[in-house]
Design a protein around this ligand. Structure first.
Ligand SMILES: [Zn+2]
Length: 128
């Protein structure tokens, strides 16, 4: 049984936020100042399943995908992110990785990103 959690999505820039702070705001009018685009815009109120971390198997597959497509040696490859360093945080309570850093890009499913699926989030970034 997974818990449904609320998150907000900016109708201007698409920024998503599932932090406790926005959870507690009254959404009646739906107008809030967006953390990302800094405008007073309408937010859509959405629900999804609680976010999910990555298993070690998924992480190993991710590392291989990055080395093959976005690693430091892919300097001439079109669309490559040229990632040099990859770090992770592993939670021994869940046996899942809940945080990955690709150089300076941070993917951590806490605070405003509690609703995200870590694996999908990272692959979306890599394919963007
Ligand atoms: Zn926005």
């Amino acid at each position: 049984m997974s818990e449904q959690i609320r998150y907000l999505k900016c109708t201007n820039c698409g920024y998503e936020d599932s932090s406790i702070l926005t959870m507690s705001l009254p959404i009646g009018s739906g107008i809030l100042k967006c953390y990302n685009c800094k405008k007073e815009v309408k937010f859509d109120e959405l629900y999804c399943e609680q976010g999910r971390g990555m298993t070690f198997k998924e992480y190993a597959e991710l590392l291989k995908y990055i080395v093959d497509n976005h690693g430091w040696r892919n300097l001439l490859k079109e669309g490559s992110k040229h990632i040099k360093y990859i770090r992770n945080s592993f939670d021994t309570r869940t046996n899942l990785i809940f945080s990955v850093q690709l150089d300076k890009e941070d993917f951590t499913i806490v605070n405003q990103n509690r609703h995200r699926n870590l694996k999908d989030w990272i692959y979306e970034y890599l394919k963007s």
